[in-house]
Design a protein. Structure first.
Length: 70
């Protein structure tokens, strides 16, 4: 249920907003990986969540681009 709400929110955003969110998610993933490498990360499942969020954002961006071409 939470994922569906997140996808709805993403689909309402513009491409610029999605790109900003993508950059922020990638920075967060980098920081999580860095913390994991130095054994400072408590919740390792967060890495998987962020990776899936990045994929969701990229999917919405590609859907919008495909719709704009059509």
């Amino acid at each position: 249920m939470k994922k569906n709400k997140y996808m709805e929110d993403l689909k309402k955003k513009s491409t610029v907003e999605l790109n900003e969110e993508l950059v922020a998610a990638k920075k967060e993933l980098f920081n999580l990986r860095f913390q994991n490498a130095t054994n400072q990360l408590d919740n390792t499942s967060r890495i998987k969540e962020v990776r899936k969020d990045i994929a969701r954002i990229q999917t919405v961006i590609s859907e919008q681009a495909r719709a704009a071409r059509a």
